[in-house]
Design a binder for this molecule. Structure first.
Ligand code: GDP
Length: 297
């Protein structure tokens, strides 16, 4: 399960305070020491941990009294609320274009799960929202990328727009959107090129694709298992491209959770979806409150 290690530690810590009829400042301090260690061990950004501890401590010591809860339960509730805030607060939905199609640009480093997520997202839009998306193969550099997206489209029985690898991604995006209008696709999802590292050439090109396609969303696909590296990648892409959200992949294998817990606080970008496996239906809209409940038990 995702966040296994963190969930175990936090649940153990909170268990000790939950039943208490009286919570002293020393109790809160002791608990916060353990919460701090648990978060740091989960690879959460240290500044994020510091702020989190400060907020929970302030609210727990000067506790607002809720009649239905014991003091111990109230402290647990404060941790839950603050964890939800840390994960992004409200669920962040996909922005929709008033005049279809809604254009979503998928960006990210190679291997993060961009092509897979492009397919998963299209599948989600069709299955859950009854939409008719067009997939666009604009990664012309990685040898097998176009083929991979075509395979994914074939599996899902969804159309893939491609012009091979000799046409520029900008031209591909332009023609794809024209075709989507003609054929009444309500979503266009563009799978762009990824590299092993961020470089200027990649960013220049993504910038041009952005200009021509005027996307409603630019989603960065990042591998949750890379922890703080994922947060750094998100910061760079956001600075250079102006992202609208993040899709965290491979959360199914992420026992720590550091990226998920740091990304919103560091970049102010919402986590829109999480990838929970390799299969095409393993994509979930991200609900901060539900995730918080899952972690705290
Ligand atoms: P791209 O280079 O960013 O387009 O990455 P791919 O879409 O080719 O994905 C790289 C690998 O990650 C593939 O083996 C995918 O099956 C795998 N993958 C993608 N998303 C997930 C996920 O959410 N969970 C798991 N376990 N594997 C994933």
């Amino acid at each position: 399960m995702a966040f296994e290690g963190l969930a175990d530690r936090l649940q153990n810590t909170l268990q000790k305070i939950r039943g208490k009829g009286k919570v002293t400042e020393a109790d809160v301090k002791e608990m916060m020491r353990e919460v701090r260690l648990a978060l740091l061990e989960a690879d959460v950004n240290f500044r994020v941990v510091k702020d989190f501890i400060k907020r929970v401590t302030e609210r727990s010591v000067g506790q607002e009294v809720l009649k239905s809860l014991t003091p111990g339960q109230q402290v647990v509730k404060v941790v839950h609320d603050e964890l939800t805030t840390l994960l992004g607060g409200e669920q962040s939905k996909i922005a929709v274009n008033n005049r279809p199609p809604t254009v979503i640009m998928m960006v990210g480093l190679q291997g993060a799960g961009k092509t897979t997520t492009t397919g998963k997202l299209a599948n989600h839009l069709r299955k859950k929202h009854n939409r008719n998306p067009l997939l666009v193969a604009a990664d012309i550099y990685r040898p097998a990328a176009i083929k991979q997206l075509e395979t994914v489209g074939g599996q899902l029985n969804l159309p893939v727009f491609s012009l091979g690898d000799q046409v520029s991604p900008v031209e591909i995006a332009k023609q794809a959107i024209a075709k989507a209008k003609e054929e009444h696709h309500d979503y266009v999802i563009i799978d762009t090129a990824g590299r092993l590292h961020i470089d200027e050439e990649l960013m220049d090109e993504l910038q041009k694709v952005k200009e021509i396609s005027n996307p409603n969303e630019i989603f960065l696909v990042v591998d949750a298992m890379t922890g703080q590296d994922a947060v750094n990648v998100a910061e760079s892409f956001n600075e250079q491209l102006g992202l609208t959200g993040v899709v965290l992949t491979k959360l199914d294998g992420d026992t720590r959770g550091g990226a998920a817990l740091s990304i919103k606080a560091v970049t102010d970008l919402p986590i829109k979806f999480v990838g929970m496996g390799e299969k095409m239906d393993a994509l979930e809209p991200f609900h901060p409150d539900r995730m918080s409940s899952r972690i705290l038990g």
